[in-house]
Design a binder for this molecule. Structure first.
Ligand SMILES: Nc1ncnc2c1ncn2[C@@H]1O[C@H](COP(=O)(O)OP(=O)(O)OP(=O)(O)O)[C@@H](O)[C@H]1O
Length: 379
């Protein structure tokens, strides 16, 4: 997969940007607050239909305008196709080759992106919801149908919670029908996450061992909350049954509280170092290496399982790493052969990822311009 052209219109502070990225590294350099992350976010949004940072879609639209548009021409399995997304009035609309996308699967059709941002540290330091978000982005890349499947689950959960909140005497038959739907959709989420983690965890552990500069081994594990039975060995039907049982066991408590306390929305990912919680005991640098181990594993796993490298996006990551780990990452990027997009305030930090064909961009007050080749520190 390769992005041949990117067009951005009225997306955050970017009024109009058109560029033909390098097949390898495209590097956006600029001072703080100029629009570098916005440029990467536009690409991320195009490739995932999810905002990288925004809570609401309306935040993506340039102030004073009615709508934003991002489009990209991709080379995918030897054929060119254009995908586009428009945001306006709080909703988004996806297009494939100029026509409304018939389905999300059709829209993505092999486009995927792995993003590295300073917020990724939350996967170790933050709460379960950050870790679930992190896990779900990786699952979505690996199994594109996951976006639709996780929406089905979210819808079923919302309906059940509404019923619980309404209180009073909930008709058991009525609730049973909701539980059935929720258990089925939930079982699919469990099995997707479990499949991804079984591929990813050993790779991430091995990658961490090569960058961690510590003899303590790391582990990455996925744990469904409050689910009985043998999780590792259960098929999807058995997972649905276990979830249905857990839902009915907790019904009284859930009715009192007005929300569903068991299911994939309550899961967590554990990250340990030397057998201890990385959140509680790992140093800042070790936590960064743990995240880096995960991300590199995700890229390599996609390459092995899907047969292509995702686009890589690194938002001001080098300033967060010590020189040795930064050099490791830059070297990895230049050797990977992946198409990479980097943002930085200091071009010299990412020079290790650059080559002859690198596209250097300068970003200032929402304007993106090409800078002369081999003058990376300009801008
Ligand atoms: N919807 C919007 N419309 C117009 N401008 C916006 C919008 N959303 C954010 N901005 C502006 O975008 C700018 C921030 O851009 P961005 O986050 O890309 O900065 P950056 O270059 O990555 O900076 P840093 O190096 O500090 O991370 C801010 O000036 C902010 O006010």
């Amino acid at each position: 997969m390769r992005l041949l052209a990117l067009h951005v219109q009225d997306f955050r502070n970017l009024a109009q940007v058109s560029l033909a990225p390098s097949a390898h590294a495209t590097i956006a350099v600029g001072q703080n607050g100029q629009g570098k992350t916005n440029l990467l976010e536009a690409l991320y949004f195009l490739a995932t239909l999810k905002p990288l940072r925004a809570g609401r879609l309306s935040e993506l639209v340039r102030w004073g305008t009615d709508g934003a548009r991002v489009s990209g021409r991709f080379l995918l399995k030897g054929a060119e196709r254009e995908i586009a997304v428009e945001v306006g009035g709080g909703t988004r609309q996806a297009f494939v080759d100029g026509k409304k996308a018939p389905s999300l699967e059709e829209y993505f059709g092999g486009v995927s992106v792995v993003a590295f941002t300073p917020d990724d540290l939350e996967v170790v330091k933050g709460g379960p919801d950050s870790r679930r978000g992190f896990l779900d982005r990786a699952v979505f890349n690996r199994f594109p149908a996951y976006l639709r499947e996780s929406r089905e689950y979210a819808r079923a959960l919302k309906n059940r919670n509404r019923l619980l909140r309404e209180g009073g005497a909930v008709d058991p038959a009525y609730l049973g029908a909701y539980d059935e739907t929720l258990a089925k959709a939930g079982a699919r989420i469990y099995s997707r996450r479990r499949a991804l983690m079984s591929e990813l965890a050993p790779r991430a552990q091995a990658t961490f061992a090569s960058i961690g500069r510590t003899v303590d081994p790391a582990t990455y594990g996925y744990h469904p909350a409050h689910l009985g039975g043998d999780f590792a060995g259960a098929d999807e039907a058995a997972l649905a049954l276990a979830l249905r049982e857990a839902l009915s066991e907790r019904l009284r408590r859930d009715s009192d509280r007005g929300f569903t306390s068991v299911g994939p929305h309550a899961d967590d990912v554990s990250v340990t170092l030397g057998g201890r919680s990385a959140r509680a005991y790992a140093s800042q640098g070790q936590q960064r290496a743990l995240v880096l181990g995960w991300k590199i594993a995700e890229i390599e796993n996609l390459q092995t399982c899907m047969g292509f490298l995702p686009l890589l996006m690194l938002d001001d990551v080098s300033s967060e790493l010590d020189p040795e780990r930064n050099a490791y990452l830059m070297d990895y990027l230049s050797r990977s052969g992946a198409q990479v997009f980097l943002s930085t305030t200091d071009g010299s930090l990412v020079r290790g990822a650059a080559a002859e064909d690198t596209l250097w961009l300068s970003v200032a007050t929402g304007q993106v311009s090409l800078t002369e080749p081999r003058t990376p520190d300009a801008g």
